[in-house]
Design a protein around this ligand. Sequence first.
Ligand SMILES: [Zn+2]
Length: 95
Amino acid sequence: MPININHVCQCGRKYYLYMPFKMYAKEAGYSPKGIAVAEKIDKEDHTPERMEIQKKIAELYGAEFKDLSVNEIVQCECGKVLDMLAVFAKARDAK
Ligand SMILES: [Zn+2]
């Protein structure tokens, strides 16, 4: 399933990230078959309704919602570019 990450930038801005399962699967070293399955799961999960819910969760958290399936690179208003590899590692460690 897709992964949500709470991220706080060094400037203090909060982000609530939606990471597609496919993106994670690639990083985690899944087989091509596994990545294809992840992509299928993402398609089922990535509906406008679900994205609305994600945005609401972000609001409750006081964070900005970022959909990484739209844009893998997130740049904060302070200019800091999110280090996605570090974020991936964090997500992995949280398992
Ligand atoms: Zn920042």
